[in-house]
Ligand binder design. Structure first.
Ligand SMILES: [Zn+2]
Length: 284
């Protein structure tokens, strides 16, 4: 067994990510991380006769970018015999990312922030509609660290509290979100995907340059190359901080209510998805 498979199993156990009766939806983009996670979970599930694993894929509607990866996902899922479902922003929200980018009031609203808002919601909707009680994503240690620094820089304490890898159930159907790769470095996944002959899309999203994540990624990789081990230390620090923050009553944290439009859990009267859609559909 490859060490990444052992490490993933250990992480899932350590943070109580899965139980035998779980029905797992896994978000698969067609990139190396999500295909590698799909491959590993399928392998585990075969060994331990778990109930069900379904790959869910999102078509954001980014011309010239998404088509290739959709085909990769379809082919890979049929190769390893996993059910797959594709859904699009256009179908669920009535507009795609290219339109959203055109309609946004200014470039201050980055494509990545809109896309992230929509992506989180559509994954919930898809997992719920499939009757899944677990949503697995392939966020790795590098992604997780970047998110931490983004939250630090935007002053978002609540989101740091959400980052502790032990899943909490939320939403009407008690969906659990798990990140089995949270202790795996990005470079380990690249190596594994190559060894296992896992095909993946290597083209980057055309909107990627708009994201602060790209700068933070570069910053952390530069630091790591001159000070080996800093990423792992930072990961341990963030895990301790998020554990302490999780569920704690901190002054200034917003309380949860229900969105007036979609009725989902929200910290504001209108949730971020409905708020974003409102701005994009009435641009002027
Ligand atoms: Zn809403």
């Amino acid at each position: 067994m490859f060490s990444i498979e052992q490490k993933t199993a250990k992480t899932m156990q350590k943070f109580s990510m899965l139980r035998h009766s779980d029905k797992v939806a896994i978000a698969v983009s067609g990139g190396k991380d999500s295909l590698a996670l799909l491959y590993i979970l399928k392998k585990f599930f075969n060994e331990h006769a778990r109930t069900e694993l379904i790959a869910i894929t999102i078509d954001e509607g980014i011309a010239g970018y998404r088509e290739e990866s959709l085909q990769i996902v379809r082919d890979f899922c049929s190769r390893i015999q996993v059910k797959s479902k594709i859904s699009s922003y256009a179908e669920i929200f009535g507009l795609d990312m290219d339109q959203a980018t055109q309609n946004r009031p200014s470039e201050k609203t980055t494509s990545c922030s809109m896309c992230g808002t929509f992506r989180r919601r559509i994954m919930d909707i898809m997992a719920e509609s499939l009757g899944a009680n677990v949503l697995a994503t392939a966020h790795n240690l590098d992604d997780h660290l970047q998110t931490f620094f983004i939250n630090v820089l935007s002053g978002d304490l609540e989101r740091i509290g959400w980052m502790y890898p032990e899943p909490v159930q939320y939403g009407p159907n008690g969906l659990k979100k798990v990140k089995p790769f949270v202790e795996i470095y990005e470079h380990e996944i690249v190596f594994y995907a190559l060894l296992r002959n896992i095909p993946f899309q290597s083209d980057q999203c055309p909107y990627m340059k708009e994201s602060i994540r790209t700068d933070i990624r570069e910053f952390l990789n530069n630091l790591e190359s001159s000070h080996a081990g800093v990423k792992y230390n930072a990961f341990n620090t963030l895990t301790k901080i998020s554990k302490a923050l999780k569920g704690s009553a901190i002054d200034g944290l917003p309380t949860h209510t229900e969105c007036r439009i979609c009725r989902r859990r929200s910290t504001q009267r209108i949730c971020s998805v409905c708020g974003t859609l409102k701005v994009l559909t009435n641009p002027h």
